[in-house]
Ligand binder design. Structure first.
Ligand SMILES: *[C@@H]1O[C@H](CO)[C@@H](O)[C@H](O)[C@H]1NC(C)=O
Length: 205
């Protein structure tokens, strides 16, 4: 009677159920499904202190995104969840961007943000958010956040993907070598404006 129970318990406590989690092995292969699983996980794999400190907002957009995606926080690998910290100086902006693989939920911790997204039928949904407010940005849609307040702003954004991806519209257009005439032809912007933005955003062509 005692023996089988003992065996069942020792089995339960001595083996890791491979289906419970899959802490990412950053040295292994990575694909659309994420990283392969680290052989032995420890408690340290399931916590992350990288969001304690504010990101550096001394940059063009006066804002910083500090991710805790599967690459920074391998504990979320395979779990369809992740988080990031946003810091925005006064006047700072997270420029128009999309996350190809996730919806985003923002929680404003400090300050005032004006945020919005644009649906695929080109309708704008925007709102001024204060401390404690949340807003959802549906998967794949263009969205933005601007610090419209008089103080530094901090927000946390969570995603229903361990690797949501970030594609910033202006960087996609002006921070590479896509030829000016192609950008002109596909966006209807004039060449002078394109060259100016390539200058600011370190693009060529
Ligand atoms: C923030 O970034 C700026 C620009 O790259 C740099 O000059 C500055 O030293 C950084 N500040 C900190 C605290 O790292």
């Amino acid at each position: 009677m005692f023996l089988p129970i003992f065996f069942i318990f020792s089995f339960l406590f001595s083996s890791t159920n491979a289906a419970d989690f899959c802490v990412g092995d950053l040295n292994g292969p990575v694909g659309p499904a994420g990283y392969s699983c680290k052989k032995t996980a420890t408690e340290d794999d399931f916590s992350f202190s990288g969001l304690r400190t504010a990101g550096n907002t001394t940059n063009l957009v006066k804002a910083a995104i500090t991710p805790a995606f599967s690459t920074q926080f391998p504990g979320v690998n395979g779990l369809g969840i992740s988080i990031a910290r946003l810091d925005l100086a006064v006047g700072g902006v997270i420029p128009m961007h999309t996350h190809p693989r996730a919806s985003e939920l923002i929680l404003v911790m400090d300050g005032t943000l004006f945020a919005g997204f644009i649906s695929s039928d080109n309708k704008v949904y925007s709102k001024s958010l204060n401390e404690g407010d949340i807003m959802i940005f549906p998967q794949g849609l263009l969205h933005f956040q601007i610090n419209t307040g008089k103080t530094q702003s901090v927000a946390f954004v969570s995603f229903n993907s361990a690797d949501p991806g970030v594609q910033i519209l202006d960087f996609a257009l002006f921070t590479n070598d896509l030829p000016t005439d192609i950008i002109e032809g596909t966006t209807f912007l004039d060449a002078a404006q394109i060259k100016k933005l390539k200058g600011v955003l370190v693009g060529t062509g």
